[in-house]
Design a protein around this ligand. Structure first.
Ligand SMILES: O=C(O)CCC(=O)C(=O)O
Ligand SMILES: [Fe+2]
Length: 214
């Protein structure tokens, strides 16, 4: 009988948890409402126009460097105390998702780091894994797209490789409202060259590595 009382939000998190448990990745399109997507898109564009973005780097700490032959997007890191309600709402919703995923999968996700990314026409991100060699905190990747009506010929798909040998893959169009979630240490992926400006909001759920903090 319990299922009768389930809300739509519950069934969304059930779908996500089930897919992550069985295949390690999932594509969903109902985490945010169309109005929330639109507000995030406007916040992203306002900051892009304001010149707040920086060329994205690869690597971490001492090894961090801008390598435009590997990735040619620009990013703006976000924090939950942002002035824009759309952004604080993003962090609230993602936190609810974090709690639900922890409950279902015991991943021990502790926090989220997130940035807007803008890929100007012609940009790409070559095949990579999201987990850093020297830091295994990134556990679950979420990529959320903010592009109204992305035509089939516009490139810019996320190519997600489904096996370690990269023999099988799926291409996901970066349409507004689409969210892709995948385990950060398992799935190689790349962004195919985009033929028009491509906007996204990428988040990594991290667990606390090494020393326990309680
Ligand atoms: O935007 C995407 O589809 C993926 C971006 C990505 O792989 C990354 O920022 O690590
Ligand atoms: Fe990535």
């Amino acid at each position: 009988m319990e299922t009768l009382y389930r809300t739509q939000a519950d069934s969304l998190t059930d779908r996500i948890v089930d897919a992550l448990a069985t295949q390690g990745w999932v594509v969903v399109d109902d985490v945010f409402t169309p109005a929330e997507v639109q507000a995030l898109r406007e916040a992203c564009l306002a900051r892009w126009d304001g010149g707040d973005f920086r060329a994205a780097a690869v690597g971490k700490g001492g090894g961090e460097a801008v390598r435009s032959e590997i990735r040619s997007d620009s990013v703006l890191w976000l924090n939950e105390a942002d002035d824009a309600p759309a952004i604080t709402r993003y962090f609230d919703t993602m936190d609810a998702l974090r709690v639900a995923v922890n409950r279902g999968l015991y991943l021990g996700l502790a926090d989220l780091e997130a940035h807007f990314a803008v890929y100007p026409a012609g940009s790409f991100y070559k095949k990579h894994l999201d987990r850093f060699r020297d830091d295994d905190a990134r556990t679950l990747t979420s990529v959320f797209y903010l592009n109204e009506g992305w035509p089939a010929g516009a490139g810019g798909e996320l190519r997600l490789y489904l096996d370690a040998d990269c023999r099988q893959s799926v291409d996901i169009r970066p349409q507004a409202g689409t969210m892709v979630l995948f385990l950060s240490d398992r799935f190689w992926h790349e962004v195919l060259p985009a033929r028009r400006q491509r906007l996204s909001l990428t988040g990594w759920f991290r667990r606390h590595g090494g020393v326990m903090t309680w």
